[in-house]
Write a protein that binds this ligand. Structure first.
Ligand code: FE2
Length: 351
C-alpha cells in the first residue's frame, strides 16, 4: 500500500498544521521544506508515498516547477499532487491544474476537507498501481502462453515430419519404383504449385505430402507390384486399390485434407476416365491434378521394369497428346514452360 503523504511546504507552521490534520486521521506524513529536498526524498524512497501536498511559493524550487519535474520522472510521475496554496485567483488555480496536478486546495485549510481529498487521491493512486501491475501480469502471461503454443506447435510439426519420413521409407520399400522417384515428384509438384501461384501454405503442404502419393502400395502384394510385364485386368483392379488404402491410412492418421486428396485422386483424369471416383476437370482437387502431372512426367522420364526412360522432349510430346484426356491443360502448359527448372530437378535427383 502506497499510503504516506509527502508534505512540501517551506513554512514549518503550515507544514505542521497539515501533518497534524492528517495524523489526527491516522495518516502518516513526511515533511520537506522545499521542492529539491522533496525530490531527493522521492528518488530514494518513492514507493512509500501515495499522495503529495504541495505549497506553491517556496525558495529553491517553487511548487509548479516541482510539479513539472515530477511529471517527467517515470517512477513517480503518477503520485497524485494536491496543491495547497493561498493563491486563489482563477488564473493561478488554472496554472496549477495545467501542470497536471490532481487537485487544488485554497488556504486556509479545513482539516476534514483536506483529509477527504488526500484519502481519495491515495485510493485513486493505489487503484491505478493495481491496474498497472495487473496489465503487466496479463502481458507476461500472454507471452508465456505464446511460448507454450509455439513450443507445442513445433513439437507437433516434428512428430508430423517424423511420421512423413517413416511413411516415405515405407513407400519406397514397397514400391516397384526405387531411387529418388518420390523426391522428384515432390520437387516437380512444388514447382508446379508455385507456377500456379497457390498460397504459400498450400505449396508447402503439396511439397510435404506429394511423396506419399503411392503410400497405399504397402497394401498391394509384391507379385503385382514387381511384375515385370503388363498387369491382367484383375491385377490392375487390385493395383487401383492403392489410392483407397493410402487415403484411408492418412485419414486415420488425421493428416490434412490436402494429403488425403493427393493420395486418393492422383490417378483421376481430366476427362473423368481415371480412378477411383471418376472425377473430371475441376472436380479433381488441384493438389491431385498437380501431383498427377508430376508423377506421370517422372514415370515417363525414368526407366521402369517394363519400359525404357523417355527423353524430356518425348515425355512432353506424349503428355501434350494426352493434354485434354488426362491432365488439367492449364496446369500442364505451366509445367511444360519450366523445362529448365525441370531439367535441374531431374539432374539433381538423378537415381
Ligand atoms: Fe499411384
Amino acid at each position: 500500500m502506497y499510503d504516506k503523504i509527502l508534505v512540501i511546504d517551506d513554512s514549518k507552521l503550515n507544514g505542521n498544521l497539515i501533518k497534524k490534520y492528517l495524523a489526527y486521521r491516522n495518516l502518516e506524513t513526511v515533511h520537506a521544506v522545499n521542492g529539491q529536498i522533496a525530490l531527493d526524498i522521492l528518488e530514494k524512497d518513492w514507493e512509500q508515498f501515495g499522495c503529495i501536498t504541495l505549497d506553491r511559493q517556496m525558495p529553491v524550487m517553487d511548487g509548479l516547477e516541482f510539479a513539472s519535474k515530477i511529471k517527467h520522472q517515470e517512477l513517480f510521475k503518477d503520485i497524485p499532487i494536491i496543491i495547497v496554496s493561498s493563491m486563489s485567483e482563477k488564473t493561478e488555480i488554472l496554472e496549477g491544474l495545467e501542470v497536471g496536478v490532481y487537485d487544488y486546495i485554497i488556504k486556509p485549510v479545513d482539516g476534514d476537507f483536506l483529509y477527504l481529498k488526500v484519502r481519495n487521491a491515495i485510493e485513486f493512486y493505489n487503484q491505478k498501481i493495481q491496474m498497472k501491475k495487473l496489465n503487466i501480469q496479463i502481458v507476461e502471461e500472454n507471452e508465456h502462453l505464446e511460448e507454450i503454443v509455439e513450443e507445442r506447435t513445433k513439437r507437433l510439426q516434428d512428430v508430423t515430419n517424423a511420421i512423413l519420413n517413416v511413411l516415405e521409407k515405407a513407400t519406397s520399400i514397397s514400391d516397384e519404383v526405387t531411387g529418388n522417384h518420390i523426391q522428384r515428384v515432390s520437387a516437380y509438384s512444388e514447382l508446379l504449385a508455385k507456377e500456379a501461384l497457390l498460397p504459400h501454405e498450400i505449396i508447402s503442404e503439396i511439397k510435404a505430402y506429394s511423396p506419399l502419393h503411392d503410400i497405399g502400395k504397402i497394401g498391394i502384394s509384391e507379385s503385382i507390384l514387381k511384375k515385370p510385364g503388363p498387369l491382367t485386368t484383375e491385377e490392375f483392379e487390385k493395383m487401383k486399390e492403392h489410392v483407397n488404402i493410402g487415403s484411408e491410412l492418412l485419414r486415420e492418421a488425421k493428416l490434412p485434407e490436402i494429403a488425403v486428396n493427393i493420395i486418393k485422386y492422383h490417378h483421376e483424369k481430366w476427362n473423368g476416365k481415371g480412378y477411383c471416383e471418376g472425377l473430371s476437370k475441376n472436380d479433381i482437387p488441384i493438389e491431385a491434378r498437380i501431383v498427377s502431372i508430376a508423377d506421370v512426367f517422372d514415370a515417363l522420364t525414368t526407366e521402369r521394369p517394363y519400359k525404357k526412360a523417355f527423353s524430356i522432349e518425348e515425355a512432353i510430346r506424349i503428355m501434350k497428346e494426352e493434354m485434354y484426356d488426362s491432365f488439367d491443360p492449364e496446369l500442364l502448359e505451366l509445367f511444360l514452360c519450366d523445362i529448365e527448372k525441370i531439367q535441374k530437378i531431374k539432374e539433381k535427383l538423378e537415381d
